[in-house]
Design a protein around this ligand. Structure first.
Ligand SMILES: C[S@@+](CC[C@H](N)C(=O)[O-])C[C@H]1O[C@@H](n2cnc3c(N)ncnc32)[C@H](O)[C@@H]1O
Length: 334
């Protein structure tokens, strides 16, 4: 494994974290930025969540990959660069990389995520499952989605190579329409400014509208959803080096929003609080809802509309046999 490439060194700097937190809490609705939700502890708790039967999206996407693996691999050429956004546990990525290895199709694989320690741990674990003399070279990439577009534009490893951007776990649906469009436009701009030969995305998207299934998945009966959400407060305290929030003064609040077709995982303070961040006081009232994660549920049409606005189109899809989970190939419009 190569040494980690720091996509965005300042993303881990305290001053940046303070600014991010202040922006998040002042937003409407207030939210906890991803950098605090997905720290080492958050990622490890999420890995436990993915092993729960009720958290169906993980197994559903794994099945889609396994049942369609040869056709999915047909879209990745020998010598390609595969960049995964939010690589997480790498368990499903293993299905793709092992398949490429079986076909003797060499690629450079870059795992992008927000915790260096977790990138190292998960890539070491992946290396143990890959055959010796594997033709897949794996690299950690610490940084944000936003910074990945600049990395693509500037990285010499992408010169004269096909690039596949993997975005699994329905993580795309945690972002707003504006964020997704901006990111796709960033990828298109990286393509036009660089020597990348072709660029495609393979994106996993959940389209379930079953409120019972969704509530079971996002508010697990074993308390993991609550622990995952509350960890973000602990993460803020660890990151800023003092007790900004007392996690015992907050409640987990998760609910399916049928109008917006999204599951909203929130935390809510039990008493009024005033926090001083970035030189300013931010007030939260008892019962306010602070977003931790928004899991939108998108059908093919909504995804098509969304990516079309940024100059991309859905060119192929592979669907789960029974639930509404799909893996979509997205390419730039001519
Ligand atoms: C829903 S999890 C999916 C993990 C994994 N891809 C899977 O399918 O199991 C979202 C992943 O994206 C990462 N992530 C979230 N926001 C991010 C951001 N702004 N920049 C980089 N990674 C991010 C998280 O750390 C986490 O690993």
């Amino acid at each position: 494994m190569t040494k980690s490439t720091e996509v965005d060194e300042t993303a881990v700097a305290r001053a940046t974290m303070v600014k991010l937190l202040a922006e998040g809490l002042r937003a409407n609705p207030p939210r906890i930025p991803a950098q605090f939700v997905w720290d080492k502890e958050g990622l490890q708790l999420f890995e436990k969540i993915t092993q729960c039967e009720d958290y169906y999206p993980f197994a559903a996407e794994g099945n889609v990959l396994k049942f369609n693996i040869d056709r999915i691999l047909d879209t990745i050429s020998p010598g390609a660069v595969v960049l995964e956004l939010g690589s997480g546990s790498l368990e499903k990525t293993g299905i793709i990389l092992e398949g490429l290895c079986r076909l003797q199709r060499p690629v450079d694989y870059y795992a992008l995520d927000l915790s260096q320690k977790e990138l190292d741990r998960t890539l070491d674990r992946l290396a143990q499952t890959m055959p010796k003399n594997s033709c897949i070279r794996c690299h950690p990439l610490l940084g944000t989605y936003e910074a990945s577009a600049e990395w693509l534009a500037e990285s010499r490893v992408c010169h004269d190579r096909d690039v596949t951007i993997l975005w699994l776990g329905s993580s795309i649906a945690n972002e707003t329409d504006t964020e997704i469009r901006k990111l796709l436009e960033g990828f298109a701009s990286a393509y036009s400014r660089s020597r990348i030969r072709t660029l495609q995305l393979l994106v996993g998207v959940d389209g379930s509208q079953d409120s019972t299934q969704l509530s079971r998945a996002y508010d697990l009966s074993n308390d993991l959803s609550r622990r995952f959400a509350l960890n973000s407060l602990g993460s803020i305290n660890r990151s800023l080096g003092y007790e900004v929030f007392d996690p015992t003064a907050w409640r987990f609040r998760g609910a399916w929003n049928p109008v917006k077709m999204q599951y909203e995982t929130c935390l809510s303070p039990t008493t009024k609080m005033e926090i001083y961040i970035d030189g300013e006081a931010i007030e939260l009232a008892a019962g306010d809802l602070v977003r931790v994660i928004t899991s939108r549920k998108l059908d093919r049409l909504s995804l098509e509309k969304l990516v079309f606005g940024a100059g991309f189109s859905v060119t192929q899809s592979w669907k789960h046999g029974t639930c509404n989970y799909g893996l979509y190939q997205i390419e730039m419009l001519e």
